[in-house]
Each structure stands twice: as C-alpha cells, then as structure tokens.
Design a protein around this ligand. Structure first.
Ligand SMILES: C[S@@+](CC[C@H](N)C(=O)[O-])C[C@H]1O[C@@H](n2cnc3c(N)ncnc32)[C@H](O)[C@@H]1O
Length: 241
C-alpha cells in the first residue's frame, strides 16, 4: 500500500481520483488553523509551493488535448491584447501561448517569452522558428526577477506557472513594476475547486480565495474574472491605483 501511494505521488501529473483525498491531506494538511505559517519553507500564505516543471516534460505542454482541456482560443479571446503591443508570456515553457500572442500582436508588436529554464527557452525558440514566428524573443529570468523592462509591458500572461514561483512575493513586485500605466496581468490557474481540473495535481491548482489572498495585498486590483474556461480560472489584474 505504501509503495503504491509513493508511486502515485511521484507521477508528474494526474492520479486516480481515489487517492486525491489522501494527497490533499498530505499536501495541505487537515491541521489546526494557523499550524502552517508563511515562514514554513516551501509555503506561501498557507499554500504549498509546487515544484517547477522540468524542461524534460516540455512535450506535455504541446499535447493536442490542451485544446479541449483549456480552450486556448477562448483564453486568448478574453485577453485585452491588441496589435502593436509589447506583451510577455511569463513562465512561457515551450511557448505554447507565446506563439498565439505573437499572432495577436502582429508584426508591429513583440512578445517576450520568459522562463527560468534556458532549456525551455531553446525549445520555445525552435518551435517558434519552425512555425515562422518572428516577433518572439526570449528572456531568461531568475526565481525572483523576470528581468523585464520597467513600466513598459502592456500585457503579461501567466498560464499554469504562478503556483510554481519559489519567490512569489518578489515576482509579484517585479511584475507590477514592469507594467505600463494601463498594463494588465492575466493569470490562468487550474481550478482548485470542484472536479474540472481533477487530472492536475492539487499543488498545481489554485482557488479563487487563495489567489485573492496573495495578489491583493501585493498591490494589485482585480479588473475581471472569467469563469467560462473549461478547467482554469482566469483573472485580469492591474496595479492598484
Ligand atoms: C507548467 S509550465 C507552463 C508553461 C506555459 N506557461 C504553458 O502554459 O505552456 C511552468 C513553467 O514556469 C516556469 N517557471 C517556474 N518558476 C518561474 C519563475 N519564477 N519565473 C519564470 N518562469 C518560471 C517553469 O520553468 C516552467 O517552464
């Protein structure tokens, strides 16, 4: 039994529903309120920070089933993205969304594909090259600094990445500073609530309450929340005024 559970916990994504409750108990603890503090290593505001997805799993980011699981066209349609903008895909991985953003901003616009794994950026460059996309450049960030131009970014997109930040406080501050005065950050996270994202590990999902608990005190205000995507919450934030 112990070996079966260990094997299940080591699978990168997805698990039989039967063990989800066990994982929830282990990962988030049904511990007394206040038992877990922001000072615990690997915990931010009561949330267990997820491990970074390795570049070795980049093929998973390009899986055909994403169309059905995430409806990327609907996600893109919900973004305030226009031709000529400077936009950033934070934690872009293989560039699945960066390539879509490139089409939306057109030849007059630019996409910065940001990640902390240089190998991911090489994969993103190669896939963009193969598709003939020319307005995407890569930016290697660090765990606490995305290395973006200050005050210039019209739109940042984070899909399935924020929960992996090992330094969420520093990243929230640096991203806010990179926004242009009317800039927007779009945050997509698999839903913690309900069963729509049951195929995703619990620590790679986020609840609405947890997102608000982390983003509002960090100097953001919610512009809009889109609840119509199949498996993800989509939040549009801007710097608080
Ligand atoms: C699950 S992948 C998602 C990739 C992409 N957003 C997508 O939806 O296809 C998460 C990515 O976030 C990156 N990441 C983790 N922490 C980061 C940080 N502090 N800054 C930038 N990227 C980060 C990882 O290296 C990984 O490529």
């Amino acid at each position: 039994m112990a070996r079966t559970l260990a094997r299940t916990l080591n699978r990168p994504f997805g698990r039989p529903a039967a063990v989800a409750a066990v994982v929830a108990a282990l990962a988030f603890g049904f511990a007394p309120a206040g038992a877990q503090t922001a000072d615990d290593p690997g915990v931010y505001k009561g949330r267990k920070i997820a491990d970074v997805m390795s570049f070795r799993g980049a093929g998973w980011l390009e899986r055909a089933s994403r169309i059905q699981e995430e409806n990327p066209d609907a996600l893109m349609a919900a973004l305030p993205i226009e031709e000529g903008m400077l936009v950033v895909d934070i934690g872009c991985g293989s560039g699945y969304y960066a390539r879509r953003m490139a089409a939306a901003v057109g030849p007059e616009g630019s996409v910065l594909c940001n990640d902390i794994q240089p190998q991911m950026l090489r994969i993103a460059e190669e896939l963009a090259r193969r598709e003939g996309v020319t307005n995407v450049s890569t930016v290697l960030g660090t765990e606490d600094d995305p290395k973006l131009p200050e005050g210039e970014v019209d739109l940042m997109l984070l899909v399935d990445v924020y929960h992996e930040f090992s330094e969420p406080g520093a990243m929230l501050e640096a991203m806010r500073e990179a926004l242009s005065p009317d800039g927007v950050i779009a945050l997509a996270e698999f839903r913690f609530e309900g069963r729509s994202a049951a195929h995703i590990k619990l620590d790679h999902r986020m609840s609405i309450d947890q997102v608000m608990k982390e983003w509002i005190p960090a100097g953001y205000e919610l512009v809009e929340r889109i609840d119509s995507l199949p498996t993800q919450h989509l939040f549009l934030f801007r710097a608080a005024r």
